[in-house]
Design a protein around this ligand. Structure first.
Ligand SMILES: Cc1cc2nc3c(=O)[nH]c(=O)nc-3n(C[C@H](O)[C@H](O)[C@H](O)COP(=O)(O)OP(=O)(O)OC[C@H]3O[C@@H](n4cnc5c(N)ncnc54)[C@H](O)[C@@H]3O)c2cc1C
Length: 525
């Protein structure tokens, strides 16, 4: 078949949700196009397998940013899923929605109808909460939200230490309040990863009206007199065109703007400079890129309790998991965390998030350190710095330029410095006494604001939440309207993390799934 009623580009967190919801109507012929392969690697489905996925070139776009002026000119590594399930197939599974104020703030940015009271029912609609239903949580939805089956004892020590220094314990980061320290709930079902490929696409795969193309790269949109009519794709080295009167881009915050730009939809001057024929001058495409920049405080552990396993232990963990779906293999590694207010926090809203990792995490786990240790990620939740995605070339197989402009606004560094201090206070508390070894990062000599800033410049990394590059709104720079239709092109919509006007205060998978659930209704599902 080459003609469909609806084409979805990208089978990631959002794309798989849409594929399920739109194909529920047997009369609608839906095509889902994914650049990566099927999700057959067992390391995707065993939660702790995420450590094995970091260096996988086949399932990962492996992007790098432009040199970061405020981070010693470093290019930062940006992993993104390139496989069925997209980044939900290789993320850390923390289930976090953000704060009421985030969504109320979207409305202030022109995203009418996306305030907290409007979006909460869609979070609940997606959800199958193991703890049961309540005012915040839903049951019976496709996305399983679970408590971890296995918890490392050091994660409990982290919570005891947080409590010891006065932070409240919070049993549910998505409940009454986000503030406090607690266990993350995870997108897992019975100890297996619940990617959107598993939760949404698998149940729909048997439908005769849903076609799924893998290893197929969308290279350009076909637009005729302001109406999208199809998508050019490259599969097995061969170009072809698939047609539909409705196309939704769900390629994520890097690839969706890239495909618009390749198709001549974006800032006219920028497109003309590259020799691309301008289909629509839409200045906001690729702008408003922002992300959570993150620093890892790393301390050696004096007892062999962590997940810094040797090869033999890894094998044992794998075998135990194979037979029981339990043990460290079922852990997402970032088991516990906290949402805290630093001195810079406004209106009582937590402004930093912590992920406690009972293992040594350096360079995203790509640099394995000897011995045992524990790491606390700290990121600022409401970054002010903004960057953009631009084309590096007109070749659709080439990576675009990613310029997040980390720490361009000095407040982002101040929040991180405050956050590192709060992490150190927790790690210095009594419950860690039996385990505490030497601090590796920032290191015992880094205490003054200047030294901490230098440490951040040398080591800060992404915590994988880029958003905002096809922002929804009503102004001249908005790319989609609040119903996620691309301004000025009939039949074209964008549904993924790129449409968020402002990053939510937390991890971005659940908000992306919520957006897709909501969009499916807009698209007539
Ligand atoms: C390592 C990592 C850890 C993370 N941890 C967490 C976490 O613990 N909790 C959390 O909430 N969030 C986490 N996130 C973030 C979260 O997973 C993402 O925000 C979310 O998955 C984004 O969804 P999306 O639909 O916008 O894009 P994606 O899920 O990235 O999907 C985009 C899909 O489109 C495909 N695609 C792109 N371009 C094309 C094209 N031209 N043609 C065909 N297909 C294309 C891609 O291959 C991909 O499959 C993490 C992300 C990463 C990378």
């Amino acid at each position: 078949m080459t003609r469909f009623d609806h084409i979805i580009v990208g089978a990631g967190s959002a794309g798989c949700v849409l594929a399920n919801r739109l194909s529920a109507d047997p009369a609608r012929r839906v095509l889902l196009i994914e650049a990566g392969p099927r999700d057959s690697s067992p390391f995707i489905h065993m939660p702790a397998g995420l450590a094995q996925l970091v260096n996988n070139r086949r399932l990962n776009w492996n992007y790098s940013t432009e040199p970061q002026a405020n981070l010693e000119g470093r290019r930062l590594w940006w992993p993104r899923g390139r496989v069925l399930g997209g980044s939900s197939s290789l993320n850390a599974m923390c289930y976090v929605r953000g704060q009421r104020e985030d969504y109320d703030g979207w409305v202030a940015e022109g995203a009418t109808g996306w305030d907290w009271d409007e979006v909460l029912p869609w979070f609940r609609h997606a959800e199958d909460q193991v703890r049961g239903e309540d005012a915040w949580h839903g049951t019976g939805g496709p996305l399983s939200v679970s408590d971890l089956k296995h918890r490392n004892p050091l994660s409990q020590v982290f919570l005891d230490a947080a409590k010891a220094v006065g932070h409240p314990l919070n049993p549910d980061f998505n409940g009454v309040t986000q503030q406090g320290a607690g266990w993350y709930q995870v997108t897992q079902r019975d100890g297996r990863r619940a990617s959107t490929a598993v939760a949404y696409l698998r149940p729909a795969r048997g439908r005769p009206n849903l076609a799924v193309m893998t290893c197929a790269l969308a290279t350009r949109l076909v637009v005729d007199h302001g109406q999208v009519t199809g998508v050019e794709i490259l599969q097995g080295g061969r170009p072809r065109v698939v047609e539909a009167p409705a196309v939704t881009l769900a390629g994520g915050a890097i690839n969706s703007p890239q495909l618009l730009l390749l198709s001549g939809i974006g800032p006219a001057a920028e497109l003309e400079a590259l020799g691309i024929k301008v289909v629509l001058d839409l200045p906001g495409v690729g702008t408003n890129l922002h992300d959570h920049v993150d620093y890892c405080v790393l301390v050696k552990c004096t007892q062999p309790l962590t997940y810094d396993f040797g090869k033999l232990e890894e094998l044992r963990v794998g075998l135990r998991y194979l037979f029981t779906r339990d043990g460290p293999g079922s852990s997402n590694i970032a088991e516990a965390g906290a949402f805290l207010c630093t001195a810079a926090a406004k209106g009582g809203r937590p402004d930093v998030q912590l992920h406690f990792v009972p293992a040594q995490l350096d360079d995203h786990g790509r640099n394995r350190l000897p011995g045992h240790g524990y790491t606390v990620h700290v990121c600022g939740l409401q970054p002010k710095s903004r960057g953009r995605i631009t084309l590096a070339s007109t070749d659709p197989t080439a990576a675009p330029r990613i310029q997040p402009n980390y720490l361009a606004d000095p407040i982002d560094a101040t929040v991180l410095i405050n956050g590192i201090r709060m992490v150190r206070e927790i790690l210095a508390a009594k419950p860690f006494d039996p385990y505490r070894g030497a601090e590796v990062f920032p290191g015992p000599d880094a205490h003054s604001p200047g030294a901490l800033l230098a440490a951040i410049r040398a080591k800060a990394e992404t915590v994988y939440h880029p958003v905002g590059t096809c922002r929804m709104g009503r102004d001249m720079d908005a790319v989609v309207d609040p119903r996620l239709r691309v301004h000025g092109i009939e039949g074209l919509s964008v549904v993924d993390a790129s449409v968020m006007p402002v990053i939510p205060s937390g991890n971005t998978n659940a908000p992306t799934i919520m957006i897709a659930e909501r969009a499916a209704e807009f698209l007539g599902a």
